[in-house]
Write a protein that binds this ligand. Sequence first.
Ligand SMILES: [Zn+2]
Length: 402
Amino acid sequence: MKILLKNTLLQIVAIVVATSWLTACQLTTNESNNSKTSSSTQVLSHFSPRAENQYLTQEQAFQRSKRVSKINYQLNFKLTGEESFSANSTINFDLSDNKYPLTLDLNQAQIISLVINGEQITKEKLKNSYNGWFITLPAQQLKKGENTITVDFTRKHSTNGEGLHRFKDPVDGKVYLYSHFEPAAAQQMFALFDQPDLKATYELTVSAPKNWTVFSATRETKTIPQGDFTLWHFPKSLTLSPYNFSMHAGPYTMWQDNSGKYPLRLFARQSVADQITPKHWFTYTKQGFEFFDEYFGINYPFIKYDQVLVPDFLYGAMENSAAVTFAEKSFLTNGEMSQSRRQRLASVIMHEMAHQWFGNLATMKWWNGLWLNESFAAFMATLATNEATEFNNAWRSFYALW
Ligand SMILES: [Zn+2]
């Protein structure tokens, strides 16, 4: 993620510090609760692995990651452009023990159906299993070894810049969707174990209006026309943290460049397409890949690279694996881009690209490791801009900014 302002960075540091402190406080509470519950089997049957709120503490997350492994998400979305979407998440995973319940994150959804290892949960039980933040899967319906959970639900699109954000263009009324998941906001789009150390593979189908383009962590393998809609199929991704997965959809304008080592695409909404100069984007992107492949000694692993300019973005940019989002307001221009703005563009492209290795391929266990992730990307962005592009004074800007 690229933070635009020094102040914003300071705020993030403050949040991380505050979160660590909060986690420590909650840890103490949980430990004392656990010691009480472990002395009574009657209370244990009501064992609650986490507080009834939207936050998952580091301790609770690590308790979950000790038990859960080999996760695959099969995600199906039905998008119409209206304010709500419907979806289905099937989660396959291995569980080390079924002594205790397990929770699955899903934020503010209307659950239609929940099936745990082939058993349909009744409406009455469902009411007690879902609190609007997470689903509690009872221990007796879980198995040691392989488990399959299927959740059907509908949800309103987010308008807060997280989850699956919906934007209606005031210029032409067209609707654009993009996802943003860092930190822990994938649960606003599908049911999952929403923590960075529980990496998983993702398979995806998306039904979307036929004039839309859909793009994600992998390139689609087929599209099937279905009347006014098209069904997009995306193959299984490499293993990713939830916050690095993404899906974007809408009638985006698309540019392509296949002249470099990896297939590149650039997307923007139609009403701002003439304020974008794709040649700069593709030039710096290709220069970045040449540099990083050589520097890291590991080729870019995610096969293709998409970049999309989106409106109302919370940050400067976000390094979603192979489908990077950029705040469009920073990069639109009514004429030729000035040198300083081109340098800014090159630097942000390099920052997000550095994260493809450091962040996406190698990932911190918990959110309090983000400082290192971001520091390294800031450093590598400057190095790559200085070494691989026309801007060989990039270190001067780095010292001035930071
Ligand atoms: Zn970053």
